[in-house]
Design a binder for this molecule. Structure first.
Ligand code: KIV
Length: 271
């Protein structure tokens, strides 16, 4: 019997158990009811309602424009489609940095209005107070270190982070701090595999990598990327499991042809 058939509902404790048993954690993004249901029924452990919705759903260049109301709309839609996976919702840019009271209010809205199970925040020591305050309300928090897209204008590019010793040291310290503060897991985005492995070995809580090699406790990808909906995005770390953009385009072309040629609808497809 496969692992996902044995387990009813994934919780943060299940993920900790996975880490301790050496079972890798699978995580994908979803932003709507239908896709969340498909991904959940395929046995994914964690569904992230990422602020990447800003890019793949809304067409923005960065994750900065998406609002808390928009994240709540996506989060609530996903939660309605999921019966097994743990649902984590990103706190969007501008709704937690620099003010822990604002952070707590945002996290409470996400938990109440989406029915989500946890929130994710980007950053280390800078956001520690916000993490602490959210945790004090009983809301589980997932951290996010390395390439943190909400800080893109500080970084300047989406290239690999923490290649230099000073940044790698800060990342390790931040990971330890997030663990000490009470995060149940940490996403490590686009950092050298060696560093991600070292962090994963040092931390007692699970790490989930994206572009961080095979040494993390789990992996996450943006579903639109791994399904081949976003055709132009081709980073080295991305494995495409489908070319869905081509499949959809072919189906739509066929439909257009059928309508134009009066081949659709036929006698059986009418009342
Ligand atoms: O927003 C998102 O999709 C994310 C993942 C890339 C980890 O944060």
């Amino acid at each position: 019997m496969s692992i996902h058939k044995e387990i009813k509902r994934i919780t943060t404790h299940t993920l900790q158990d996975f880490k301790e048993k050496g079972i890798k954690i699978s995580m994908l993004t979803a932003y709507d009811f239908s896709m969340a249901g498909i991904i959940d029924s395929a046995g994914i452990d964690v569904i992230l309602v990422g602020d990447s919705a800003s890019n793949v759903m809304a067409g923005h260049e960065t994750t900065l424009p998406i609002t808390l109301d928009q994240m709540i709309y996506h989060g609530a839609s996903v939660v309605r489609g999921v019966t097994r996976a743990l649902v984590v919702v990103d706190l969007p840019f501008g709704y937690y940095q620099g003010n822990s009271r604002v952070a707590l209010d945002s996290a409470i809205r996400i938990m109440k209005e989406c029915g989500a199970h946890a929130v994710k925040l980007e950053g280390g020591s800078e956001i520690c107070e916000s993490v602490q305050r959210i945790l004090s309300a009983g809301i589980p928090v997932m951290g996010h270190l390395g390439l943190t897209p909400q800080s893109i204008y500080k970084f300047g590019t989406y290239t690999v982070r923490a290649k230099e010793e000073a940044e790698a040291k800060k990342l390790m310290e931040d990971a330890m701090l997030l663990q000490k503060t009470g995060c149940f897991a940490v996403v490590l985005e686009k950092i050298p595999a060696k560093l991600a492995t070292a962090v994963s070995k040092k931390l007692l809580i699970p790490t989930i990598g994206i572009g961080a090699g095979g040494g993390t406790d789990g992996q996450v990808l943006v579903s639109h990327d791994m399904l081949g909906i976003t055709k132009e995005f081709k980073p080295r770390f991305l494995r495409r499991y489908l070319n869905l953009a081509d499949e959809i385009q072919n189906a739509v072309k066929q439909y257009v042809d059928d309508v134009k040629s009066k081949n659709f609808p036929n006698k059986e497809e009418q009342y």
